[in-house]
Design a protein around this ligand. Structure first.
Ligand SMILES: Nc1ncnc2c1ncn2[C@@H]1O[C@H](COP(=O)(O)OP(=O)(O)OP(=O)(O)O)[C@@H](O)[C@H]1O
Ligand SMILES: [Mg+2]
Length: 454
């Protein structure tokens, strides 16, 4: 195990509550030598007063105070009073052998640890250091959680999220940007894998734009043969080519004054790309087979799951068009990279009438979702049909992955743990979630492999 003292400026403070002044003196000295502030209180009343007036990171408390008792009743009362003041503060109980049973009872209630008198210094220090570090991380995490809750509330209050469901911080950040840029005219490019929700993001942008009540036209460049795309986008006059028997307006004209969503933009052929570039620059175009120039004002949102930069290198996509389209680029991560979205989305697709078993929840969290949200939607739709009663079991999901958490967990290597941490910018909670581990289990593995907790 590697123990970390507070690496930064923050100094930890411990309060020792014990009627034996020698105990306080000995602990103060021990902690002084280890760079930890320590105060002492010789009675429960004094200790509680000190906890009310200043802030501590850990309490070490005795179990007996008046000379004639050894029952531990006073210690229990003190423990409970401290818990009333602070439900998270780590509390270490110093017990005599006779109070062991009481100590165990309080551990079950949430005391952090107990040590028998006389204590071994290394053991006490080990426990203290570990608890201080955990408490510090919990406080940091609590603060982050509070902040993202506040951001989530603000987003919901200020904007129309068009029914989009999310809980992951990655999605929160993305939505903050998307809603910020929604009001401008600037073209937006949404990138992300299949079924991740690119169109949904486009809907959010439109819902918060000045064009929300104007036309919102969607064109899928991937679903049309190359030679029809231009006619689809810009319109066609009759006789322009065989089969063009009637004149037809294009999607740009239909979207005039509003928004055009160009899906799978990477599939647009080069000739169409040139026309598109011109509309984006001037608003002008000519329908296929016509020499009459038309002018429109359209906000363009495009989407792709292809790497346009690669297509540019291969000469399949115009670089100037790319820079025009991606004035603002929103990158939507795959579902596995926003693990906190999985359950809320699953519940959203299930609706009111059914629930997930805990096994099914585990399965959903562990699966790697190559088809992202759309796949999740399909899996849930099928599971609802297959489920016998009101509970969706893991088997109803039809996803073939390992079920046993303990077996899976024991297989993680140092590289797995490290990779998960890097993928989540060192955020232990998210890294742990992505591996299907609890935060504590993650810390144990980090300690086992000597991975620093920062
Ligand atoms: N965050 C979300 N909340 C609610 N529904 C969502 C969310 N994300 C996606 N969906 C739904 O999942 C389905 C797939 O999403 P969408 O069509 O937006 O993905 P896409 O990235 O455009 O997919 P493709 O790459 O296939 O075009 C849609 O039915 C959409 O409404
Ligand atoms: Mg799409």
């Amino acid at each position: 195990m590697c123990w970390h003292q507070s690496d930064n400026v923050m100094q930890h403070r411990i309060l020792v509550i014990d009627d034996n002044r020698d105990v306080i003196k000995a602990l103060k000295l021990l902690f002084l030598l280890n760079d930890i502030d320590c105060d002492g209180a010789t009675s429960p009343e004094q200790g509680l007063d000190m906890l009310k007036t200043s802030s501590y990171d850990l309490v070490i408390q005795d179990m007996n105070f008046s000379l004639d008792t050894t029952s531990g009743v006073e210690g229990k009362a003190l423990y409970q009073d401290i818990r009333q003041l602070n439900s998270d503060l780590p509390i270490i109980l110093l017990t005599a052998w006779a109070n062991l049973e009481m100590a165990v009872e309080l551990i079950k209630d949430g005391a952090a640890d107990y040590l028998e008198k006389p204590w071994r210094e290394e053991k006490l220090l080990a426990s203290v250091n570990q608890l201080l570090e955990l408490y510090r991380l919990e406080k940091v995490q609590f603060k982050q959680q509070k902040q993202s809750q506040a951001r989530t509330t603000k987003l919901a209050d200020k904007f129309d999220l068009a029914g989009l469901v999310y809980a992951d911080p990655a999605m929160l950040s993305l939505l903050e940007v998307a809603t910020q840029v929604a009001h401008s005219d600037a073209p937006i490019l949404i990138t992300g894998p299949n079924g991740a929700g690119k169109e949904k993001i486009a809907e959010v942008i439109v819902a918060n734009s000045p064009y929300k009540n104007a036309p919102f036209i969607k064109v899928n460049a991937g679903a049309l043969p190359a030679d029809l795309i231009e006619a689809e986008l810009f319109g066609v006059v009759s006789g322009a080519y065989t089969g063009a028997t009637k004149s037809r307006i294009g999607r740009f004209e239909a979207a005039d004054g509003g928004t055009l969503f160009l899906d799978e933009i990477g599939n647009l052929p080069l000739s169409g790309q040139q026309k598109l570039l011109r509309v984006l620059q001037t608003g002008e175009f000519e329908p296929v087979g016509s020499s009459q120039t038309k002018k429109v004002k359209v906000r363009v949102i495009s989407a792709t799951n292809a790497e346009l930069s690669k297509a540019i290198l291969q000469g399949k996509f115009r670089e100037d068009l790319y820079y025009r389209l991606n004035m603002i680029e929103l990158n939507l991560p795959p579902l596995t990279e926003r693990p906190e979205d999985i359950l809320p989305l699953a519940k959203h697709f299930i609706g009111e009438d059914k629930q997930l078993s805990s096994g099914a929840i585990q399965t959903l969290k562990r699966y790697n979702w190559p088809g992202n949200v759309r796949e999740l939607q399909n899996v849930i739709g099928r599971a609802k049909l297959l489920a016998q009663g009101s509970i969706i079991e893991s088997g109803d999901l039809g996803l073939n992955i390992k079920q046993s958490s303990s077996a899976a967990a024991s297989e993680f290597t140092a590289q797995d743990i490290q990779a998960a941490l890097s993928a989540h910018d060192g955020n232990v909670t998210h890294a742990a979630k992505s591996l299907g581990l609890s935060r504590q289990a993650m810390y144990r593995r980090m300690d086992k492999f000597g991975i620093e907790r920062e």
